[in-house]
Design a protein around this ligand. Structure first.
Ligand code: DC
Length: 229
């Protein structure tokens, strides 16, 4: 396929990453986990002793930083200043720091070009919080993935347990609620349903069922979209 651009926005635990990976495989394109970019900035800030709440410190940090996202079928790898730091992206500390850093316009602006050039040079499924609203407002295929907060927390708890270390479920739930609040009430690019997005509630769906709905939608409308390219 050519000119294929799919965006999936939604809160933590809605299933975006799994669904994006499966949908990209189904459509034969790459997937881009843009949360990994914000997490990469959070790792760089931690290493440099910069607070994720400090916009001036973050601006100075970004001035001298190179950050690259390398898409792969199973995972995206993140390289900062030539070093692969992918294995450090998913700790609870980095998760909260990424949410705090992502509220600052200086960080969002800095990551805009990276994201847009990945979209320009590849057929891709992009997942994040502002894909269909800010980064790719003209994407031909936009989805908004939601799920019940309790179910989202349970999913994240199971995911962390499988990796060998989950805090109590109540703590996962509280962290997620705090992150939902941060991500959807920030002044710049808050999480919201993009205009023209198809909303899917994954509360009682498997990732495969969600992907089937999305792939059907894309295939049904692909002819119209390619006719306009
Ligand atoms: O999707 P994730 O949990 O890996 O994202 C980590 C944080 O990055 C999330 O709390 C908010 C931020 N983020 C964002 O602001 N915009 C995006 N497009 C993707 C992530």
């Amino acid at each position: 396929m050519s000119g294929l651009l799919v965006t999936i926005d939604g809160p933590a635990g809605s299933g975006k990453t799994t669904v994006s990976r499966l949908l990209a495989a189904e459509l034969g394109c790459i997937y881009v986990d843009t949360g990994a970019l914000y997490r990469g900035v959070a790792v760089a800030a931690t290493d440099a002793g910069v607070s994720p709440e400090d916009p001036e410190g973050l601006a100075r940090l970004l001035d001298g930083l190179t950050l690259e996202l390398v898409p792969g079928p199973e995972a995206n790898r993140v390289i900062i200043n030539g070093q692969d730091i992918t294995d450090r992206l998913r700790t609870p500390e980095v998760t909260m720091a990424a949410s705090a850093a992502s509220a600052h316009p200086v960080v969002r602006q800095w990551l805009l070009d990276t994201q847009r050039s990945l979209g320009k040079n590849n057929d891709a499924v992009f997942e994040g919080r502002d894909m269909g609203t800010v980064v790719f407002p003209h994407a031909p295929f936009k989805f908004f993935l939601v799920a019940d907060p309790k179910v989202r927390a349970k999913r994240r708890f199971l995911e962390l347990s499988q990796k060998g270390g989950a805090p109590p479920l109540e703590e996962v739930e509280a962290d997620m609620a705090r992150r939902d609040e941060n991500d959807s009430t920030r002044a710049t690019a808050p999480l919201r349903k993009p205009d023209g997005a198809v909303a899917i509630d994954s509360t009682s769906m498997t990732p495969e069922q969600v992907v089937a709905v999305m792939a059907r939608h894309v295939r049904k409308h692909l002819g119209d979209v390619q006719g306009k390219l």
